[in-house]
Ligand binder design. Structure first.
Ligand SMILES: [Fe+2]
Length: 391
């Protein structure tokens, strides 16, 4: 039993950060004593040509990689099984994930199952999978999930449509190549959604009941990087300085929540994504202002710190005023980044209402709402889903 005042921190062994870092994959593999990578990516990255430099770099170093590009957005247990079968068609000593959150989470799940077997439904929370699978190397192509530095992955159960949170050290990459140049072509909507996801990680890690001084430092630094640069990368996609700041902010947000936790926004967001196929960052954005306003009374000082880190409240300003600015800023950010409400997204009010009980059940069973500074009971949770639909 770990004493409550002791924080257990886990990080990738190697992080290489900077423009061009992804080109160092062959050298990184050599450093780690690995030579038979299984590469997990997606069809879009393959067709867009982004995967090619990675493969030609490996080929030039005499490393024969096999590639699986059958990952899907919001990866499902069926897509993971397909990836696992592909991996078993060769002899591999590691899994390289190249892409956004979906390919990275797929790489994590495949690497774990390659050693431990079974299906992902056997590994959802509260199960903790610390015993290692194959080593994972992560190369993110979005500034978003921070998955390159986290010990979690989210896989949708193909049978039940539940977005399963799976956690443990088996999912923590041994190394990550964090190359902002891979994000420069990212489309506007993806830039906005993944950026809000990163901001949500940082805020939730900081206000979480599991926050600690280590995670706090990364969470605040992440907010300082993301807040002034999110609108900027949307307005100026080729702004390399802003892209680099967003990539570092996303990484730091990932480190923060992996060593603290996410909370109510993510807990409520996963069921929306699973049932209505709303992209993860977008469903977070739909929830963030309402959930922040509801949660803030339980941790006014912590939310006020978030406002200060984001540069929207002065250092000497009172906490209540700073929190009001935070909620207003999150609403303004959604307007500026054209985040639709659930109805505008095309979700029917009736179907939403019908699914609220299931969404509440799935949100609570993920464990994330229990980390929130204000913990909702089932009735309050349903009320929040209603409020978000009406907002
Ligand atoms: Fe997230």
């Amino acid at each position: 039993m770990v004493a409550p005042s002791i924080s257990t921190i886990a990080l990738p062994r190697i992080l290489r950060i900077g423009g061009g870092a992804s080109r160092q994959l062959p050298e990184l593999l050599a450093t780690l004593g690995l030579s038979r990578p299984f590469l997990v990516s997606d069809a879009f990255l393959e067709q867009s040509g982004m995967l090619e430099p990675i493969l030609s770099g490996l080929a030039a170093a005499g490393i024969a990689a096999r590639v699986f590009t059958g990952t899907v957005p919001d990866p499902t247990s069926a897509s993971i099984d397909a990836g696992l079968e592909a991996l078993r068609g060769g002899e591999h000593d590691c899994v390289v994930g190249f892409g956004g959150g979906s390919p990275l989470d797929s790489a994590k799940a495949i690497a774990m199952l390659a050693v431990h077997g079974g299906g992902m439904a056997d590994y959802k929370v509260p199960h903790v999978q610390d015993a290692p699978g194959l080593p994972i190397i992560a190369i993110p192509t979005t500034a978003g999930t921070g998955s390159e530095a986290t010990r979690v992955c989210v896989i949708t159960d193909s049978e039940t449509d539940e977005k399963m949170l799976c956690g443990g050290l088996a999912y923590l990459p041994v190394a990550a190549l964090v190359d902002h140049e891979l994000t420069h072509e990212k489309p506007w909507r993806l830039t906005a959604d993944t950026g809000i996801d990163s901001l949500t990680h940082a805020i939730e890690a900081y206000v979480s009941r599991r926050a600690n001084p280590f995670s706090d430092g990364f969470a605040l630094s992440s907010m300082r990087l993301i807040a002034p640069n999110l609108r900027r990368v949307c307005a100026e996609p080729t702004d390399a300085v802003a892209r680099e700041a967003m990539m570092l902010g996303a990484l730091q947000g990932g480190i923060a929540f992996s060593n603290s936790s996410v909370a109510l926004v993510h807990g409520m967001s996963r069921p929306i994504g699973a049932h209505f196929h709303v992209p993860h960052g977008l469903s977070n954005a739909m929830l963030l202002p309402t959930v922040t306003a509801w949660s803030a009374p339980a941790a006014v000082h912590r939310y006020a710190d978030c406002a200060r880190a984001m540069g929207i409240a002065a250092e000497g300003e009172g906490d209540q005023s700073a929190v009001a600015r935070l909620v207003a800023e999150l609403e303004a950010l959604n307007r500026d980044l054209k985040v639709p409400g659930p109805a505008d997204y095309g979700i029917s009010a009736q179907r939403w209402r019908d699914l609220v009980p299931v969404m509440c059940e799935q949100a609570i069973s993920s464990g994330s709402p229990a980390n929130n500074p204000r913990v909702p009971d089932a009735g309050e949770l349903a009320g929040l889903y209603d409020r978000v639909f009406a907002a």
